[in-house]
Design a protein around this ligand. Structure first.
Ligand SMILES: [Zn+2]
Length: 85
């Protein structure tokens, strides 16, 4: 059976369902979803788009954290410079 990778819309856990499945239950949070017969690939596209949004948001967070760390490194560098002088 061909499988489609989906993310649970409720808890974002990975769901693996058959492409021809009409319903599935999330094994993590127990949410059940009905899938229109034959539309699983369309659902998968929507799930991938959501996952891409999540990834973009996470990358934004990471890049903000990197900026903050750069600032800390710069401050430490300046502090070290004061002590070297
Ligand atoms: Zn779930």
């Amino acid at each position: 059976m061909e499988l489609v990778d989906l993310k649970c819309p409720n808890c974002s856990a990975p769901l693996r369902i058959g492409r021809s499945a009409t319903s599935t239950v999330c094994e993590y949070c127990g949410s059940s979803f009905s899938l229109q017969a034959g539309a699983a690939s369309g659902v998968a596209v929507a799930a991938v788009a959501r996952a891409a949004d999540d990834t973009r948001r996470q990358l934004d967070g990471v890049s903000r954290a990197v900026d903050a760390l750069r600032q800390v490194a710069k401050d430490l560098e300046e502090t070290a410079g004061v002590f070297r002088r």
